[in-house]
Design a protein around this ligand. Structure first.
Ligand SMILES: [Zn+2]
Length: 295
């Protein structure tokens, strides 16, 4: 029996085939779909969708960690809302960065859950492609997984037609009692926007953490964690340079990137999906894109 058959979507999450059928609506609406990498055990590949409109884009990302189903499900429920947003401004959607993990409830490629003190392999490890303060790569690129390389490279390649203006990455946290938001990037108003996101979450009756610490010992202040150097794809998106195959790349970058976290032990899956969906539906209210000067 493979891991997918063993898991059988026992926590009530939608089967991945159902999600992908719904995501097919992007293509029906004229969006482009690209394969990022293949999965195993008959699980569909990781894919991205790009709106027909090109230019500075809003990015929606989810499913980086396999045991966090709310984001991929919210994107399915909100597919028509996202298609509508894509008529107002260019967009990129990567709904399930780690499809095999979603289908099996595995957080990482080599571990079902987070555990301290072991080398955990994530599809979003960007330390092989980002520089440290001394201008050196943070890790030897030969250590990257194939999936990690292909996801990071794909993101940077998409910067050509749909450079990121802002990105929202939907995660969950099974250690936390409440939701919180990471705010990456150099935009002066990023905390103000993160507060609007938190307010929308709280208004949807999702518990939100005011102050505390994450499992990684990151400080949460007023529900927000500022820029962290965690070698995530969010950090890649706000970085102006990276390196692939020994070649340095100067790239467009977002001024701000947000990671939205909902507490998976302290709220039902239905509630977490509806909270992510509220955030998605309010994207143009948070950023006032009708008036780009407001950025
Ligand atoms: Zn996560």
């Amino acid at each position: 029996m493979n891991e997918v058959e063993k898991f059988k979507y026992a926590d009530g999450r939608m089967p991945i085939e159902t999600l992908y059928n719904i995501y097919g609506d992007f293509v029906k609406a004229g969006w482009t779909s690209k394969i990022i990498f293949d999965s195993q055990d008959r699980v569909p590949p990781a894919v991205s969708f790009q709106s027909p409109m090109e230019g500075d884009a809003v990015w929606i990302i989810s499913g980086v960690h396999g045991e966090e189903p709310a984001g991929p499900m919210a994107i399915a429920r909100g597919v028509n809302d996202i298609i509508k947003l894509g008529k107002k401004f260019p967009m990129v959607v990567i709904p399930v960065c780690f499809p095999w993990g979603y289908a099996t409830d595995w957080r990482y490629m080599n571990s079902k859950r987070w555990v301290p003190d072991i080398d955990l392999l994530s599809v979003e490890d960007t330390n092989y492609f980002l520089f440290d303060d001394n201008g050196k790569l943070r890790a030897d690129p030969s250590g990257s997984t194939k999936e990690g390389y292909l996801l990071s490279k794909h993101i940077v390649d998409l910067h050509g037609t749909h450079p990121p203006l802002v990105s929202l990455n939907f995660h969950e946290d099974n250690f936390s009692r409440g939701g919180y938001v990471y705010a990456y990037g150099e935009a002066e108003n990023k905390r103000e926007i993160a507060s609007k996101i938190l307010y929308a979450m709280a208004k949807n009756k999702m518990p939100v953490i005011a102050n505390g610490k994450t499992r990684f010992n990151q400080k949460i202040v007023n529900g927000i964690i500022g820029s962290v150097f965690d070698s995530s794809i969010d950090e890649l998106i706000v970085s102006d340079e990276c390196c692939f195959d020994g070649k340095e790349v100067e790239k467009p970058y977002a001024d701000m990137a947000f990671v939205i976290e909902t507490p998976s032990k302290n709220a039902s899956l239905i509630k977490r999906v509806s909270t992510h969906l509220v955030v998605i539906k309010n994207i143009d209210n948070f950023f006032e894109f009708e008036n780009p000067q407001a950025l």
